[in-house]
Design a protein around this ligand. Sequence first.
Ligand SMILES: Nc1ncnc2c1ncn2[C@@H]1O[C@H](COP(=O)(O)OP(=O)(O)O)[C@@H](O)[C@H]1O
Ligand SMILES: [Mg+2]
Length: 277
Amino acid sequence: MSFAIKTSKLKKSFGNVIAVNNLDLKVNKGSIFGLVGPDGAGKTTTIRMLCAMMLPDEGKIEIGGIDVVSRGEELKEHIGYMPQRFSLYGDLSVRENLEFYAEIYQVPHQVKDKKINELLEFAKLTNHSYKLADQLSGGMKQKLALSCNLIHTPKFLFLDEPTTGVDPVARREFWKILFDLKTQGTTIFVSTPYMDEAERCDEVGLMYQGEIIYCDKPEVMIKSFKKQIAAILVDDIFKARDILNKLSYIDDVYIYGEKIHLICDDYYNVKTAVKVK
Ligand SMILES: Nc1ncnc2c1ncn2[C@@H]1O[C@H](COP(=O)(O)OP(=O)(O)O)[C@@H](O)[C@H]1O
Ligand SMILES: [Mg+2]
């Protein structure tokens, strides 16, 4: 089988820090691959190498049959890359931002206007096209940023934490756009710190300290998880975390939004022991 994206033994260090270690990835054409991991896991470094923005120390990358390390320049017209802190031009309008990126990506003049109108429609931004980018909501900004990176109709799309800091409704809308793009045949590689977004991907790689510690379809991942996860609401989230962290029958505790999530073998035991109301 030929893969759209394939890496083997990819490695990148910064001084003593091994940011990406022996990464082997395979992504099917026309699928959505989610790279999920906490801050510092190596997601951004991975995406930068895939997009030929940074050379690996070791290893191979192949995208659409192109060897990225030696032929990175050829790849650029086929990919869209939305960095973690993608900046729009706040004092340009929505349409002007798209026009600007059309120039950068050298979109031919004959097709430019048609493409911009299509993207505005696609991202539901047509009625906002004369607003300044600075005046848009967070969700709309993300959709515009995505649209700017779709102006040249890339076959491969790389998105680095595109929904971080965006509200849940806008996040859902953003994912709807990604599903539509997938239907059109685009291969999407997206990083996220949100586990719930992993479920929306065709395949998920969990990344931790530079390594992929698990990689499979999300439904397989969920089935193979034998522990229980409980979400609880408490008055003092930090105090509760510290108390729960000390209990031997709880495997892990973390703060997720306004709730505490805890991982354990049997939540019933936890409930009786800590008198959860
Ligand atoms: N340019 C850099 N110089 C030095 N260290 C870096 C650089 N970029 C990333 N790192 C380090 O590499 C590790 C992985 O970082 P990164 O790829 O940004 O992870 P993530 O995107 O998952 O948060 C971190 O320990 C980070 O501090
Ligand atoms: Mg990052």
